[in-house]
Design a protein around this ligand. Structure first.
Ligand code: HAM
Length: 425
């Protein structure tokens, strides 16, 4: 058989899943601390959700979606991100009527984008994201950013940079948009065809163009910051004040625009500055989306959130040489010497497991020496050996593999003795 993985996907092998579980648990724990609750939405949605939600001029919608027709001729799309789905669900289940507002949600699951594969960029990746919907208090902007930073800090990352910007409210954006069109229009033929399309549809996205990023007109383009109206500027000032109060370092980058259409006011990205992290330095991105709930048919509820991929978090941890605790080791390996002993070993292996002791045994009829080797390789904390002698004495030989000491333990007190030994490790 010569069938391989589809490009841009990965098998996460047993030698790596333990790392995933460690960071997933860390994330869930941080979400509990900040009182965000998990939501699970489908992996595919109606295509229109993303064309309207993410925006039909974005790269995601134009170039990256896995869209297909189902057997009932509906156009469906594998979700490229989580925010649109969460907001759809918020509206569909009338969460705006929940007594506890804002509604604070998080999600973790696979997302799909047809992108060029490179380290840190995949076609299927696992995104963790969170959304706080129903509040336009700048303190919650700081909370969202703080949760993101706290996860990276708890994971042990040190080389981090937080970049923030304000995209302003609708009025500020219209003023800035006009200024951008006036700035680029006379020279638009110097720009790529995507930018030419963006000029009227969404000129802000020109600033994010990778092809034309060295065009001198980029440097002199009108900055959003200069077009923020008083209210937007005051909002941004408060967000910065809260971040300072929480001792969260940040840089303001007036060119940070983000690649999705729904953003306004606060936008941010977190980068890894670790050597060896790779060409893509962004670990996470997010921002405020005050118009999205209304756009998707709900009331005018403000929202803010962010997302990151677990893959990039793990790459950054690898670049910073962070060690993972070994969560896969075995409590006990049971070794049988002879036919009769094998029966007892089988019985005891299953018995130990009922008492929440992880246990394994040989299924390949290997010699005792090979069984002992397995115990070592599996990093078992203890070995139980049963042969004819032990059977006669209704006992087992229990060996502590870290100290090498061993003792004869009667079947009747085995569970207690094993617990004593393994729990002490
Ligand atoms: P985004 O910037 O498109 O925003 O993606 C957020 C994060 O997802 C990125 O910073 C990166 O960690 C990860 N990511 C994106 N594409 C890939 C890929 N191809 N391979 C690996 N990782 C990737 C959003 O998705 C927004 N929904 C974030 C948000 C939530 N804004 C408000 N709420």
């Amino acid at each position: 058989m010569d069938i391989k993985l589809p490009r841009g996907t990965q098998d996460i092998l047993p030698s790596d899943t333990a790392k995933w579980q460690v960071v997933e648990e860390l994330i869930r724990e941080q979400c509990r601390m900040y009182h965000y609750k998990e939501i699970r939405t489908p992996v595919f949605e109606h295509t229109e959700l993303f064309t309207r939600g993410v925006g039909d001029t974005t790269d995601i919608v134009q170039k990256e979606m896995y869209t297909f027709q189902d057997r009932g001729n509906r156009s469906l799309t594998l979700r490229p991100e989580g925010t649109a789905s969460v907001v759809r669900s918020f509206v569909e289940h009338k969460m705006f009527g929940y007594p506890d507002q804002p509604v604070k949600l998080y999600y973790m699951g696979p997302m799909f984008r047809y992108e060029r594969q490179q380290a840190g960029r995949y076609r299927q990746f696992v995104q963790f994201g969170m959304e706080a919907i129903g509040s336009s208090d700048p303190a919650i902007d700081a909370e969202v950013i703080s949760l993101a930073m706290s996860i990276y800090k708890r994971a042990g990352l040190k080389s981090l940079k937080l970049v923030i910007n304000s995209l302003g409210d609708t009025e500020s954006r219209i003023a800035h948009r006009e200024a951008l069109v006036n700035h680029f229009e006379p020279h638009i033929e110097e720009f790529c065809s995507d930018c030419q399309n963006r000029l009227q549809k969404n000129p802000l996205r020109i600033l994010d163009c990778k092809i034309d990023r060295n065009n001198p007109l980029m440097e002199t383009a009108p900055s959003l910051t200069d077009y923020l109206n008083e209210e937007s500027a005051a909002y941004f000032a408060k967000v910065k004040e809260y971040l300072t109060m929480l001792n969260i370092d940040f840089e303001v980058d007036p060119n940070l625009v983000r690649g999705l259409d729904y953003y306004n006011h606060t936008a941010f990205e977190i980068m890894s500055t670790a050597e060896g992290f790779g060409a893509i330095t962004t670990l996470a991105g997010g921002g405020r989306y005050n118009g999205l709930v209304a756009e998707l048919g709900g009331p005018d509820s403000p929202g803010i959130g962010y997302a990151m991929s677990i893959e990039r978090l793990l790459l950054a941890m690898e670049a910073e040489k962070i060690e993972f605790p070994d969560t896969t080791s075995l409590d006990v390996y049971l070794v049988a010497m002879g036919e009769e002993a094998k029966k007892k070993v089988t019985e005891l292996t299953f018995e130990l497991r009922k008492h929440k002791i992880s246990a394994d045994m040989d299924y390949l009829e290997r010699k005792v020496k090979a069984q002992m080797k397995s115990a070592d390789r599996l990093k078992a904390k203890a070995v139980i050996v049963i042969g004819e002698d032990e059977l006669e004495k209704q006992s087992v030989m229990l060996k502590d593999l870290s100290t090498g000491t061993q003792q004869l333990v009667p079947f009747t007190s085995l569970i207690d003795e094993v617990k004593k030994l393994t729990e002490a490790k």
